[in-house]
Design a protein around this ligand. Sequence first.
Ligand code: C2E
Ligand code: MG
Ligand code: MG
Ligand code: MG
Length: 276
Amino acid sequence: QVKNAGKNSFGFYSPHMSEARRERLSLENDLQLAIERREFVLHYQPQFSQRSGQMIGMEALLRWQHPRLGLLAPGGFIALAEETGLICRISDWVLQEGCRQLALWHADGHRHLRLALNLSARDFERKDLLERVVAAPARHGIGCDRLEIEITESLLLDDAEDVIATVRQLRQHGVRVAIDDFGMRYSSLNYLRRFPVSSIKIDQSFVRDLGRDQGAASIIHAIVGIAEGFGLHLIAEGVESEEQARRLADLGCEDMQGYYFGRPLPADEVLEWATP
Ligand code: C2E
Ligand code: MG
Ligand code: MG
Ligand code: MG
């Protein structure tokens, strides 16, 4: 006996299903409704310049205020959103909401702030991605150069001509493009010659191991050289201690993000302690 779970759902429940499968379907149904129900929230984590001591930007990090399960981190639902294709609608929401918030900060006098946000490989399958990305800041009166799109290395390793073209067009519009979690696929750097990205973010695993093993410092040293060689902006993420911040600066990485500087927080809390 199969029971329709509701007219808005695309899943069917059956008593023969495993518990895990039922949970997945239920989460999938909830995810489909989450935008209309306004259950998504963005938290913002500041990015700092060690040299100037200034906050240079914010990374928008998605959270889902689930009615039953509480506040969910992206690890709990992004993969599902990608598999079901719902991620594209979510990304549209992130773009709009992030730019709306950035416009408020700009209007408050924090004109130098940039906004970084994360896109998925699925987003790059859309023919209209460029238009959608460029339209969002324009709609809120923000320059495209205030926006940074973070993508992961895996997307670049596919080496798809379409992705290269989209990245190039984004850059031509002034949108910054960063490689997130850089270094995890360190063995293959050749893609850097073909992808006109503007920044790289050192993966937090290397920062975590700084001071514990010399290998991490050596890799970061090499990444600093790569960034210089390619003329890329460099930032480290996952900086949790003063010691890590100092070591990074010594190695030549001056822009940083991490719990040491500030945890991801709702928009109204994140600027409270930061000086304009
Ligand atoms: P990411 O883009 O690499 O983001 C960094 C993650 O590290 C975030 O986890 C952040 O909260 C966490 N983090 C920041 N500072 C520290 C630190 O000092 N120590 C440690 N241990 N962790 C730190 P979060 O928010 O759970 O996000 C996880 C991943 O989910 C992100 O990794 C990103 O890949 C993805 N994600 C987040 N928001 C979005 C979104 O709007 N769209 C898409 N497609 N993916 C998103
Ligand atoms: Mg990121
Ligand atoms: Mg990252
Ligand atoms: Mg990550």
